[in-house]
Structures are given as C-alpha cells and as structure tokens.
Design a protein around this ligand. Structure first.
Ligand code: NAD
Ligand code: MG
Length: 407
C-alpha cells in the first residue's frame, strides 16, 4: 500500500473510481457492494473493512477481491490472514491504524463511511482530511464533532455526500450550487420525514416492556441493530436533525419532523414561494448509495420502480415527544452546542448496547442520556481530542449508571 494522498480525488489509474468501504460487512456496506457489482466499468474495490467477523470477510474477499482487507480487531486480522488463500493477493491490515491507512490511502478516491457509531469518526475524518469523496452513512461521526468535522471538510476540499436517505433526499431537492449551504437558497423549512419506527402506535405504558427483537423489527427498512433501536426510540431522527443542521448549514428551528409511516417520501424542502420539493423512492438504501457513488450522474441501483397505485395513500403525523423523548434530547444537545452532541451520542450508544443485551429497559434509554447530558455540561469543542475525551467520559458515566439500575 502506498502512503496517504495529499490532494483530492486521485484516481487509481484505471479511470474507474476506486472505493474503500469502511464497515463492509454491515447493512450499508453490503448494499454498497451490491451497487458496485452492477457497474464493474465504473468502480473497483480497493479496500473492505470490518470489526471482527472473519467468516463474512473471507466470503467478501473471495467474491470482491479487494487489494486490502482490514479487521479492526487485531486477533481477527491474524485469523483472516491465515484463512485467505495467498493467490487472492489480499493484504490484511489490523486495528485503528489499518482503518485510517485505507481511508486516506492514495489508492482510493472514494470512501464509504459505513462503520456504526463513534468508532467510525477517526477513519472517516482521515478520509476527509485526505480530500476524498466521502459517502457519509456514519451519521454519529458528524453528530459528535459537528463544526470541527465540517471545518475539516472545508479545509481539505473533500467531497462530502450524504447517504442517509433523508439527507440524500434533501441534497437532491436543493439547488446543486447551494446543496452544502442552503443560506440564500430561498428555503422556508426542511420537512424531515421519519417512519415512526415499530412502536409508532404503542402506548407509553407498554413501551417499558418491549424487547430487543421487537425494537429491531423495523416496519420498512432492514438495517443494523443499533440504528434499528435508534429508529424505535426516535433518537435516529434526533441524530438526523443534528446531521441536517451541519450538512446544510441550518438550525433545528428550520426543520420540522414529519412522521410518514410509508417511508416513501424521504424528505422535502419547502421554498419561500410555497413550492415543496420531495424525493420519493422505495425504502432501499441502494438508491442514495448509487446517487453518492455516481454523483452527479445517475446509475442503475437495482431498485424496482415505485408502484404508487399499489401504495394508494401517504400519511403524516407529528412526532410524539412524550413517548419518544430522544428527539427532544437531541435538539436540546444541538442547542447547547460544544461537547453536548458527543455526550448525547456516546450515552445513547452505551444505553442501546445495554438494551440489546437485556440489561436496560427501552424507556430507560432516554433517562440515561438525559442524566449524562446534565452530569457532563457542555464545554467548548476546541479540537477533536476534546470530543474523544467527552465521548469516553459519557460512556463511563452511562455504564456506571446502568450498572446501578435494576432491570
Ligand atoms: P451494521 O451494524 O449493519 O454494520 C456496521 C459495520 O461497522 C460492520 O461492518 C461492522 O463490522 C463495522 N463496525 C462495527 N463496530 C466497529 C468498530 N468498533 N470498528 C470498526 N468497524 C466496526 O450497521 P449499518 O446499519 O450498516 O449502519 C452503518 C452506519 O450507517 C450507521 O452509522 C448508521 O446510522 C448509518 N445508516 C444506516 C442505514 C441503514 O439502512 N442500515 C441508513 C442510514 C444510515
Ligand atoms: Mg435516515
């Protein structure tokens, strides 16, 4: 592998985009591979990364033949090295260093940031600093570090493209020249849509008893476990509210969440003249992924045509902040600014992991987050080390607090 690149969008020499997929074994990673596989003339796979699942990585390496495979877990990297036949020619790297190395390598011009959670920040930032086209699925990285992340994008000239379906929809509905800063675009408000998750119609008294299996059974989308739980608590919409503020240079007062249970309208932009532009499509992440990979061109994503006759109707509701306080907590954390979004995110990650292990009730997820936010008041986020420190502090606080809670 050659060293880090210093300038934007260097091609690997073949004229095809050379892609590193961070989080290749996950839901977004696999959908990205599915789109790429349909266009061997346009894309080649430089690197695939995963956390610890060696079997999945062996299968992906055999199928897609990347130049480099990274396992974040060092032992898993050793096992992967022993399992891959030499004639595949895959170089195996390990740990955070390996993730950063492929994210900033001169051999990749496009990086899909699809690691889940704060673990994705360091390699995603490396891709940003190296001036790559960065396809951002890993919303937590941007939520945690906000202004610092966007400053790094501006400094390096990285091409940051939103993959979250709502943000990709908003991006498509804004004029291209103002799609990264909607100031002056004549936008009255953003209508951020939400499915409402599996508990949209579940009463407050029943929410305390819901199981991880119920929380992960999303009505429309098939996703990783963490984002599925976030969708069920509406924290996903809270993280997306913050994400939208940074991506489009706006504020929560200009964003109105609309629960739209069909998940066909992926978000809307209302202009001052009363026009409302929407982006519609089947709930299939291959659409925004293909949009980001080929932007500004359009490529086949393998997604079937929308059958509006079969759908018949669309519905809209206001979010219920009493049953789903996480949306309110996220808006408050954004307003507090500084380190508060990092505290919110870290406490949420710990609480969701505990819920998934059966160690925390669903309704205690927002309790833990709210306590973390008040125990660790916002300080100025002057550099990334401050963010990483707050992330650790918030995790420690949440773990300790959960330990003292009886399920
Ligand atoms: P997932 O759990 O299916 O996959 C996560 C990937 O990250 C896996 O490849 C895993 O190996 C890797 N990973 C996990 N922990 C890691 C660590 N500590 N170090 C290195 N790698 C690690 O998750 P997903 O549903 O694909 O979501 C990925 C990201 O995309 C999340 O930030 C999520 O919010 C965002 N996103 C997902 C969807 C979706 O439909 N799944 C939609 C919008 C945004
Ligand atoms: Mg989304």
């Amino acid at each position: 592998m050659t060293g880090p690149s210093s300038s934007a969008n260097q091609y690997a020499g073949s004229g095809r985009r050379s892609v590193a997929i961070l989080g290749a074994t996950g839901s977004i990673g696999l959908s990205t591979l599915d789109v790429i596989q349909r266009h061997p003339d346009r894309f080649e796979i430089f690197a695939l990364t995963a956390s610890s699942r060696v079997d999945e990585m062996v299968a992906l390496c055999r199928q897609h033949r990347p130049k480099v495979a990274v396992m974040a877990d060092a032992e898993a990297a050793v096992t992967l090295r022993s399992r891959l036949p030499a004639d595949l020619g895959v170089e195996v790297l390990a740990g955070r260093e390996g993730l950063v190395a492929v994210a900033q390598s001169a051999e990749a011009d496009t990086v899909m940031a699809a690691i889940v959670g704060a673990a994705g920040l360091e390699p995603t930032l490396a891709a940003v600093r190296a001036g790559k086209r960065v396809l951002l699925a890993n919303k937590e990285a941007l939520v945690m570090s906000g202004a610092l992340f966007m400053d790094a994008v501006a400094q390096s000239g990285a091409e940051l493209l939103p993959i979250d379906s709502e943000h990709n929809a908003i991006f498509q509905c804004l004029p291209p020249a103002l799609a990264r800063d909607m100031t002056g675009a004549g936008v009255r408000r953003i209508l951020l849509t939400a499915s409402g998750g599996p508990f949209r119609n579940t009463g407050l008294s029943s929410l305390a008893g819901v199981t991880p299996e119920q929380a992960c059974a999303h009505p429309n989308w098939s996703m990783g476990q963490k984002i599925s739980v976030d969708s069920a608590t509406l924290m996903n919409k809270g993280l997306e509210l913050i994400e939208a503020c940074w991506l489009f240079n706006t504020s929560p007062s200009q964003i109105e969440v609309h629960v739209h249970p069909e998940s066909i309208i992926h978000s809307m932009v209302e202009y001052v003249d009363g026009s409302v532009l929407a982006q519609l499509g089947s709930p299939d992440m291959r659409t925004p992924i293909a949009n980001g990979l080929a932007w500004p061109e359009r490529i086949d994503a393998g997604v079937a045509s929308l059958d509006l006759f079969a759908l018949g109707r669309f519905h809209f509701e206001r979010p219920d902040l009493e049953r789903f306080p996480c949306l309110r907590l996220a808006a408050e954390a954004f307003d507090q600014g500084g380190t508060s979004p990092a505290v919110l995110n870290a406490a949420n990650e710990v609480a969701v992991a505990a819920f998934l292990k059966g160690r925390l009730r669903f309704t205690d997820i927002p309790v833990i987050i709210e306590e973390a936010l008040s125990a660790l008041p916002s300080t100025s986020a002057t550099d990334f080390d401050v963010i990483f420190d707050k992330d650790r502090e918030s995790r420690a606080f949440a773990l300790e607090r959960i330990g003292r809670m009886a399920v």
